[in-house]
Design a protein around this ligand. Sequence first.
Ligand code: ATP
Length: 218
Amino acid sequence: MSFLKRSKTKHAERPIIIGITGSIASGKTTVAKWFKNIGEDVISTDNIGHQILNSRQLKNKLTKYFGKNILTDNKIDRKKLSPMVFNDNENLRLLNKLIHPLIRKRTQKMIDRCRKDLIFIEIPLLFENKLQDGFDLILNVSADEERQFYRLKKNRDLKEKDIKERLSAQFNAKKKKELADINIDNNGTKKELFQKLETLYPTLKKTPKRHIKKLLEL
Ligand code: ATP
């Protein structure tokens, strides 16, 4: 199934849709923020997911299935919900079935409203969930596994066992690199990462949509 439906807006009028993906703690959000800071339109599907979690419609469905024990102060508590879906494929499938159409709808609305030349969509598990269709270009941010591990340990409150589980639940890095249009290596410092983005950005800005896939790897 494609993540984005074909836009009602005429192809030539809609922005170039650029996906930002990559493995856990590879630096997707850091890249997305960089584009946002220079004034581009950026959508985070994770943020949309967090925002809609407590919409009345979804909250009712989630508590019906998972029980009221996923609530704290009458709000869905992600810390309580996460363990219920992380090691249970059936629960995960159900959660995705409830939440993904809503994320997709909201993302599509934001794209339809965008009047810029480019729009960036940060979307984890893009390749794992086969959501490539509808994107004009896909950027994959990558970092070696030891670096992902280190960044997760340093910046998140996660146990080593949980980090290992999360890392092993992802496609391998090589496969992602093959599937992406552009790979952004994020094994260096943030400064080095931002330099790469500064090089890439003018090319993205000036390349017409029909040539966008031909951009060179960084
Ligand atoms: P997740 O998949 O968990 O959402 P992500 O791919 O969006 O993660 P970020 O949140 O951008 O990754 O980065 C993970 C952590 O690593 C953050 O704390 C970020 O500040 C840090 N980080 C990102 N890039 C670098 C870098 N080049 N050097 C040092 N730290 C970095």
